[in-house]
Design a protein around this ligand. Structure first.
Ligand SMILES: [Zn+2]
Length: 211
């Protein structure tokens, strides 16, 4: 099963992605984290763009995704979280999958997340300055020290309220057409993400198994 999981910042994509990847025994690829790792490991022209909440060019993001996808046997399935964010990215993925003779089963869209819930979920996220690992409010260790490498954690740079507003705008402008793109080809499955983690997980499974 090949799934993409899309939704606005703070919609719980990462949580649901990990649950679904465990449920279906398919690798989880968190594209947002990969992008952050890339700009973190390599101080480059993209860092300020991403920190201010803008999207990277489609071919750059797809390059990162392709490197990951190439590591797996796609016949066995995979889950991409936080990708695609634009129609261009969706098309690049479809072309790639066609060449690999596999197809995307479903685009799972976490819909209907109230603005308030998004701000609450995003407030309080921390990131490691050294390895780039991110921690949600609930995951932050009490001593604020990274569990992966022992460095002190700082609030995530792209989680400021101006940046969030900017990301929401970018999101709406570019990602809603992505939903339409999948809807036209009958691969969109939309889930009410304002409900509890357990409910959203159940709804998502039902959606995916139907598709
Ligand atoms: Zn670390």
């Amino acid at each position: 099963m090949i799934i993409v999981l899309i939704g606005p910042p703070g919609s719980g994509k990462s949580t649901q992605g990990h649950l679904l990847s465990e449920e279906y025994h398919i690798p989880f690829i968190g594209v947002g984290d990969l992008v952050r790792d890339m700009i973190h490991s390599d101080e480059n022209e993209y860092e300020s763009k991403v920190n201010s909440g803008n999207l990277l060019p489609d071919n750059v993001v797809f390059g990162i995704v392709k490197t990951e996808l190439d590591k797996y046997d796609l016949q066995l399935g995979v889950l991409l979280e936080g990708y695609p964010r634009t129609i261009g990215q969706a098309e690049l993925l479809d072309e790639y999958l066609l060449k690999k003779r596999v197809k995307l089963n479903q685009a799972l869209y976490l819909n209907n997340v109230p603005q308030k819930q998004i701000s609450d979920r995003i407030a309080g996220r921390y990131q490691c300055q050294s390895c780039g690992a991110t921690f949600s409010k609930e995951q932050v260790p009490p001593d604020f020290v990274c569990e992966r490498c022992g460095t002190l954690l700082i609030p995530r740079k792209d989680d400021t309220s101006e940046s969030l507003l900017c990301r929401m705008k970018e999101y709406q402008k570019k990602s809603l057409p992505v939903c339409e793109y999948y809807e036209k080809t009958d691969r969109l499955c939309s889930v009410d993400a304002s409900r509890s983690i357990e409910d959203v997980f159940e709804l998502s499974k039902r959606c995916l198994e139907k598709g």
